[in-house]
Ligand binder design. Structure first.
Ligand SMILES: [Zn+2]
Length: 557
């Protein structure tokens, strides 16, 4: 992977031999950019904060609307149409269907440098349908997908932030290009490596990503998660009557089971940082037909690219071994991937200064009642992994998270593929309830309630301020690239898991959405008729079990 140079060098057509040369030339660039006084910058930030407060109604509508769409990865058609319509109306130019994904897009506004990419995920979780504001399992539609990860809130945050920023940029004639884009199929780790491969981040100078959390914060360095590769192994054998002539059959399902047994024995000898898990999307049709086709779908995760590749190669060997034992055949395909995350220090420090200015939202007693009742319902632990108490919604602002080099591993996000190509940070904002399991209906409870709306408004303020900083203080992007070149990528080079010929797995989830969408359509949010989605669903906020009320209202806020 060719390392990128800061934009001025690309613009000036200079070829540089070393990163040291970069800093020597930078002052010219600084002079070429807008500079405004600290007092003026502070005034502009205050103005944006006031504007974002004024836009709370439209923020709430966007959050609630995307919540009601509840679309799984690669099938985010309503969500993408809705979001791009808003952006189009606000003067953005949209490129639809990028990188071979019908639901992916890039929305551009402004001109010149710097080019700043602003993204967030948009897909949801299978079987996570849940009525918002209700502190126990009560699906809108039983078995349907739902926003049990809170991905309905990130793009509304981005749109709120950039529309406030755009006003200022227009009036003050601040140069720069804003590029909004969606994390399609994040739950499949399915899109971002393709955006990078297909060149969509080639001319981007910095990227700000947002992801829902339970506090307002950001991180730099190794974020402590795992990278991963998602691989489906397809076995084929020979069908036969399972009772009449079983000796003529060769079972693809046997191969799947033998591969899984081998992998599960292998776990004993793996490092503690790995995570691997599988589902069997095809286990045959019915017992009296020897399965001629079967498939098993694995996620292989670890802390570094070489370790993940080792897992991947081990799995291929086991799949091959399974074919030998069962006289079957096997092919495999990559369905998604993510690098381990590493975020940019100068940008995170800039963001954190703004986070401190914004602070946490003021939660109402109703917000806290919902949060505590949900925590009781879900048997939430008393403290989180960092030892901070879990009791209702966050009341103490997160610190700037430092690199987590000794992590024992965890989840993955394909934003990492972008962060290894462009200086990137992730803003977490407090729209969810602490102490929940994640990827679960309970994580949808707050996501179309005042908790989510307030969290998004707070996040939009921090993001808008940071974007303005990046536009008017060129030294931040300069320092961001120096960190990227001299620290982050000094010894670690990005090698994508996806090849030149791999294609995004756009067929995923098609069947599930086809099954549920007709029923879900009846519950799409109608803002013309109802102030909030809670009102449309006739939900009293908050709705908690009678027992939970008495336990949770005494502590107050
Ligand atoms: Zn997510």
């Amino acid at each position: 992977m060719k390392r990128k140079l800061p934009h001025l060098f690309r613009r000036a057509g200079l070829v540089l031999a070393s990163a040291g040369f970069v800093s020597a030339l930078m002052p010219t660039q600084a002079a070429a950019q807008t500079t405004i006084s600290p007092a003026k910058l502070e005034a502009l930030k205050k103005e944006m904060v006031a504007e974002i407060d004024k836009q709370q109604k439209s923020t709430q509508e966007m959050v609630d609307m995307v919540f009601s769409f509840g679309e799984l990865g690669f099938q985010e058609t309503e969500t993408s149409r809705y979001l791009t319509d808003i952006l189009k109306k606000n003067g953005f130019t949209i490129e639809q269907g990028i990188a071979g994904m019908p639901t992916a897009w890039m929305a551009k506004w402004g001109s010149g440098k710097p080019v700043i990419a602003i993204g967030s995920d948009i897909d949801c979780i299978p079987k996570a349908s849940q009525k918002p504001g209700v502190a126990y399992h009560d699906p809108i539609i039983e078995g349907a997908p739902g926003h049990g990860e809170g991905h309905n809130s990130g793009e509304p945050l981005n749109i709120t932030a950039v529309l406030a920023l755009k006003k200022i940029m227009q009036r003050e004639k601040i140069p720069g290009t804003l590029v909004l884009w969606p994390g399609v199929a994040e739950e499949q780790l399915g899109s971002k490596a393709y955006f990078v491969r297909d060149g969509y981040f080639k001319n981007v100078d910095a990227c700000i990503f947002t992801h829902v959390g339970d506090n307002l914060g950001t991180s730099y360095g190794d974020v402590g998660g795992n990278g991963m590769v998602s691989v489906k192994f397809n076995f084929s054998g020979q069908a036969a009557h399972s009772a009449g002539a079983p000796w003529r059959g060769r079972s693809a399902l046997d191969a799947v089971e033998l591969m899984d047994v081998a992998w599960n024995f292998h776990r004993e000898h793996m490092e503690v940082t790995q995570r691997s898990h599988y589902v069997i999307p095809d286990g045959g049709d019915q017992p009296n037909v020897v399965p001629s086709k079967a498939a098993v779908w694995y996620y292989f995760r670890d802390r570094t690219y070489p370790k993940i590749m080792e897992m991947y190669q081990d799995a291929i060997k086991m799949a091959q071994g399974a074919t030998m034992m069962t006289n079957t055949e096997m092919t495999y395909e990559v369905l998604g991937s993510a690098w381990p995350g590493h975020m940019n220090k100068p940008m995170a420090e800039t963001m954190y200064e703004n986070i401190k200015l914004v602070g946490l939202p003021a939660w109402s007693p109703e917000d806290q009642t919902l949060a505590r009742a949900t925590q009781v319902e879900m048997k939430a632990p008393k403290t989180d992994r960092r030892g901070r108490p879990i009791d209702g919604l966050a009341m103490k602002l997160d610190s700037l998270s430092k690199p987590d080099n000794n992590s024992i591993g965890g989840g993955s996000d394909d934003i990492a593929d972008i962060s290894w190509n462009v200086p990137t940070i992730v803003l977490r904002y407090p729209s969810n309830i602490p102490g929940l399991p994640g990827h679960h209906w309970s994580n949808a409870i707050s996501m179309a309630t005042p908790i989510a709306h307030k969290g998004v408004t707070a996040g939009a303020k921090a993001e808008a301020m940071t974007l303005l900083d990046l536009l008017v203080k060129p030294e931040i992007i300069k320092n961001a690239w120096a960190y990227f070149n001299d620290v982050q990528t000094k010894d670690t080079k990005y090698t994508p898991f996806v090849s030149k010929t791999d294609k995004p797995a756009v067929e995923l989830n098609k069947k599930i959405m086809a099954e549920f969408r007709p029923e879900m359509k009846k519950y799409y949010y109608n803002p013309a008729k109802y102030k909030t989605y809670l009102e449309q669903l006739g939900i009293k906020y908050p709705t908690v079990r009678p027992a939970a009320t008495s336990q949770t209202t005494t502590g107050g806020n």
